[in-house]
Design a protein around this ligand. Structure first.
Ligand code: SF4
Length: 336
């Protein structure tokens, strides 16, 4: 897919004292992106919907000075961030409710400092391995062409005896990772879905075929590999489409002999998310008919609307059935 080019970039003056900051500025300049040196980002005009759309095209190049990492179970021990927000517009994205009215993108370019923090956390758990997730508040591949951050971090983990990295993405910009000596220390997980879900709700991401090709490149490069099928939805022809997805994946990955993990998550929404989605995507085709759902108490102190038991049971049986039909090296981590 075409890589993302922001409409406007703000640059924190302090990162222009670093080599990496200068490189990223030069890269943006060469792409013709207007640059503003500033300690803050200004997006004030327009309706809520306009501010949202505008924000997703604005980046702020700065440093990540976080010394204390949050836990990230069950995916990994801790999460860390090379960027925040992302240029895509997935209508159901759970980050919508946490990133405020103006989810502009932040790119952190002090990778050496970030790696030092990771090393500190590894020492705490040594000689045991510490695992880290870098896709909790961003898509770590979406902005890679502007920074090369993830490549540096994968190289670091490739040499580390004590750390493991987990990456999750809906993007296909993976070529720069294929020659890295990763030593199986980085696991790529692609978020994948039925063609209807990707084309209807995941605007600005790699499409169905591009994502499968990216996954097969990563598989050929020998990385540990997994898929998150989420959010799983019921729509006309859903059974055939999810079956087709798994059949296509298995065909493209037929030479990959390592285990492939699957995480399966059905679509759910909270009332807050629904209100925000309807505000930002007034013509959404997302089915958020409360009467078709059942309420479930969520871990963050809010009710969420999930599919009724019969439907989610059917979903689980069908998708796990297709995985087992097409893969003999699948490991299903969970269905929720
Ligand atoms: S790619 Fe991921 S982070 Fe970006 S909008 Fe879609 S779901 Fe959200």
């Amino acid at each position: 897919m075409k890589t993302f080019i922001p409409d406007l970039a703000y640059i924190d003056p302090k990162i222009l004292k670093t080599q990496k900051g200068i490189e990223v500025r030069d890269k943006l300049e060469s792409l013709g992106v207007p640059l503003i040196e500033s300690r803050s980002v200004k997006i004030d005009e327009g309706t809520i919907q306009q501010k949202y759309i505008q924000s997703k095209k604005v980046i702020y190049v700065t440093a990540n000075n976080q010394k204390k990492l949050q836990q990230c179970q069950p995916s990994a021990d801790y999460m860390f961030h090379l960027s925040s927000s992302c240029p895509a517009h997935c209508e159901y994205c759970y980050l919508q409710t946490t990133q405020g009215e103006k989810p502009f993108l932040k790119l952190f370019v002090n990778v050496e400092d970030i790696i030092h923090v990771l090393e500190d956390y590894m020492k705490l758990k040594a000689p045991d391995i510490t695992s880290f997730e870098c896709g909790s508040i961003t898509d770590p591949i979406a902005l890679e062409h502007l920074t090369g951050n993830l490549k540096e971090v994968i190289e670091f983990f490739g040499k580390s005896d004590l750390g493991r990295l987990r990456v999750i993405s809906k993007y296909d910009n993976v070529d720069s990772f294929l020659d890295i000596k990763h030593n199986d220390h980085t696991k790529f997980r692609f978020s994948i879905n039925a063609r209807y879900v990707i084309s209807s709700f995941e605007h600005g991401t790699a499409n169905f075929d591009e994502r499968i090709i990216a996954a097969s490149k990563i598989a050929d490069a020998g990385y540990p590999l997994g898929f998150i099928i989420a959010p799983i939805m019921v729509f006309e022809g859903w059974k055939e489409q999810y079956d087709f997805l798994l059949q296509q994946l298995s065909y493209k990955l037929r030479n990959y002999k390592k285990e492939i993990s699957f995480e399966l998550i059905q679509h759910r929404y909270t009332q807050t998310a629904k209100d925000l989605i309807l505000e930002r995507f007034p013509n959404t085709k997302l089915d958020m008919t409360d009467e078709n759902r059942q309420l479930k108490w969520g871990p963050y102190g809010k009710f969420k609307y999930v599919y009724p038991k019969d439907t989610s049971g059917e979903m689980k049986d069908h998708i796990i059935g297709s995985i087992n039909k097409y893969f003999n090296n699948a490991h299903i981590e969970y269905f929720t």
